[in-house]
Design a protein around this ligand. Structure first.
Ligand code: K7E
Ligand code: CUA
Length: 625
């Protein structure tokens, strides 16, 4: 090696060292290198961690974790503690693997939108605890969806809901799943379609806080009511529970009502707000006929109907708001400060009774900060979200510090911190947002991974980390890849859920379902063709479907299997058709046979030794003349 080469090596080593030092200073431990087995923890710690996360072949995990997929529009299901990705539930986005978004039923649910931005899964609750029935998830595009946990499928998408623009503060359910709550992040003139110049933002643009009604038996969602607010940017929410049941809390940023470069203009004030909404009182007011119809939904203006909404000052640009398991404390995390603020629900009630206000915002009273605050907990820089354990401890994610702080409710003492790799956003502890947290595990959902996984190019894998919270000191157990884009997740005891494995034949009420190959065949009414098709190992019956060019063809597919895991697909290449039927399921797909020719269809799910033989032909005869 030449002298010059040596000098270059030295300088590059120095530079690399400097980068490492900088990284370690910001967010230890430093990222491992490819091929190297390196960890900050000692080898005995590693052995313990390995044992705690190891699920032996054939064994099952203790918890499910439902993680938002951000703008993938999906929900991802994990097993905890193994961190195995078990399933993808498509919600707002077509998903060819399960045929979602291709058959008539799911296509109708998606409407014309082929993406959504999921941030906050919300498991249904009874008495403030997960009941394992449904999972609600928001979409930034003003929608909320219900996934049935009996079959892990999306059953309903409601919206876009009138007046809402940027549905971020959603889909938080109330303790008995009376409502899924939402809030608009981007204020606009309402109803939608109205135009006002941007310099009228402070007066003519409006935010809305929204309640979506949920049927307690079926889970069916319907429009509820809304509350009109000043043009704050509503961010996150949580429902009161136990003593605070009947109240809902939402944070906002931009109480400055600023426009333009918000990173400057909306961060002027020391405090923004948490809205506290007495939703049981709103329900009553609406039942008494109060409010106005705007955009097709009942909207309450707090100026006209006082006593329903109050503002709690919270520093500074708060992000998460989280209610403690006993419902007594409301924790608001100001992302631009080094403390998280704890409000006392009882003090809030007293302040409301005593009209202990410092002013108002468009008729909404602002409570006096000093009268309602219990503590400013010095958790560290950039607090975002808080979860709870069963033992009176709280866990707050720190984006700027890239760490989790553990602190004690009541004494407000920070007792432990653990670094996260890197820049943690949400975190989820086992049932950590319910009335009965389970402890044991916590997952940090990190925004950046900086080489925590083998490199796959510039779009780096997302990194989530499993943390043991069963002892005094938090311990890092495991790093796992999560599909982009992680926001909130919820972790529920696996035994709370009771998924089915086949759709029982007697439950299939689809009028086009058939259960015998002798009922399969093609019928015609004018130029509308109906093909009833049976899928069962290892034939698609009929094996040929003959239509004429220009026909509208509806194919109704029934998988008549009642055997676990025997799925069959229907792939039709040139027509972009891809349907998958689970055992006992019927789906339809309708298309115009506009191309003449012979087009094979085949089963897409490997189902038997004769799976390859499971095929047929669509014959489209050219139009005469
Ligand atoms: Cu990613 Cu809840 Cu949308 Cu916080 S949000 S990090
Ligand atoms: Cu049915 Cu492959």
């Amino acid at each position: 090696m030449s002298r010059q080469g040596k000098t270059w090596m030295t300088w590059s080593a120095v530079a690399a060292f400097a980068v490492l030092v900088a990284l370690a200073g910001r967010c230890a431990p430093s990222a491992p290198k490819a091929g190297a087995k390196k960890s900050a923890a000692g080898s005995s710690d590693l052995a313990v961690a390995a044992q705690k996360t190891y699920i032996a072949p054939g064994d099952l995990d203790e918890f499910y974790m439902f993680a938002s997929g951000g703008h993938s529009g999906n929900v991802y299901v994990f097993g905890i503690p193994s961190m195995r990705h078990l399933s993808t539930i498509p919600v707002y986005t077509p998903y060819p693997a399960t045929g979602y978004g291709f058959d008539d039923e799911s296509k109708a649910m998606l409407g014309n939108l082929t993406w959504g931005d999921v941030h906050h899964p919300s498991l249904s609750e009874t008495n403030g605890d997960y009941d394992g029935r449904w999972l609600f998830v928001n979409d930034m595009n003003g929608r909320v969806a219900r996934i049935d946990l009996r079959d892990f499928k999306t059953k309903q998408i409601l919206g876009p809901i009138p007046n809402v623009s940027g549905n971020h503060g959603s889909a938080f359910v109330t303790p008995n799943t009376e409502y899924s709550m939402m809030a608009s992040r981007f204020s606009i003139p309402i109803p939608k379609g109205t135009v006002a110049p941007i310099d009228k933002y402070a007066t003519d643009y409006k935010g809305v806080l929204v309640a979506v009604k949920i049927d307690p038996k079926s889970g069916e969602m319907a429009l509820g009511w809304q509350i009109m607010t000043p043009p704050f940017n509503w961010d996150l929410g949580d429902a009161g529970k136990k003593v605070s049941d009947g109240w809902m809390f939402w944070t906002c940023y931009n109480s400055e009502r600023a426009t333009g470069k918000l990173e400057v203009t909306s961060t002027q004030r020391d405090r923004d707000y948490i809205a506290a909404v007495d939703w049981k009182a709103v329900e009553k007011a609406v039942a008494e006929g109060k409010g106005d119809m705007i955009g097709g939904v009942k909207v309450i203006d707090p100026k006209k109907v006082p006593g329903l909404v109050y503002l709690l000052p919270c520093g500074k640009s708060p992000h998460g708001v989280d209610v403690s398991p006993d419902g007594k404390y409301i924790v608001g995390s100001g992302k631009l400060q080094g403390v998280t603020t704890v409000f006392n629900f009882e003090k809030i009630q007293t302040a409301i009774r005593n009209k202990d206000f410092t002013g108002d915002e468009d008729g909404i009273p602002v409570l006096k900060y000093e009268s309602i605050k219990d503590a400013e907990v010095p958790v560290g820089l950039g607090p975002l979200h808080t979860q709870f354990g069963p033992d009176g401890y709280a866990y707050t994610s720190l984006f700027v510090d890239s760490a989790i702080a553990k602190w004690k409710m009541g004494t407000w003492e920070v007792v432990d911190k653990i670094p996260m790799s890197y820049s943690i956003g949400h975190l989820t502890a086992a049932e950590g947002d319910t009335c009965s947290p389970k402890g044991k595990y916590l997952v940090g959902l990190n925004k950046l991974s900086h080489g925590r996984h083998l490199s796959v190019g510039p779009s780096q894998p997302e990194s989530s980390q499993l943390v043991d919270i069963s002892e005094e000191k938090m311990k890092l157990l495991y790093d796992a890849f999560t599909e982009p884009e992680p926001h909130y997740a919820q972790m529920v005891l696996a035994k709370t859920l009771h998924p089915i494995e086949v759709y029982p034949k007697e439950e299939n009420k689809n009028p086009l379902a058939i259960w015998d190959v002798k009922d399969a065949g093609v019928t015609r009414k004018g130029n509308e063709v109906l093909a009833k098709v049976v899928l069962v190992r290892s034939t698609i019956t009929p094996t040929a479907i003959e239509v004429e060019q220009g026909d509208t063809v509806k194919v109704a597919l029934t998988n008549i299997e009642q055997t676990t895991d025997e799925l069959h697909g229907f792939g039709l290449l040139d027509y972009n058709i891809n349907v998958v039927c689970d055992p006992g399921e019927t789906k339809t797909v309708t298309f115009k046979a506009d191309k003449a020719g012979v087009f094979p269809y085949y089963c897409t799910n490997f189902c038997s030794a004769l799976h390859q033989e499971m095929q047929g032909y669509l014959i489209v005869k050219p139009r005469k003349g």
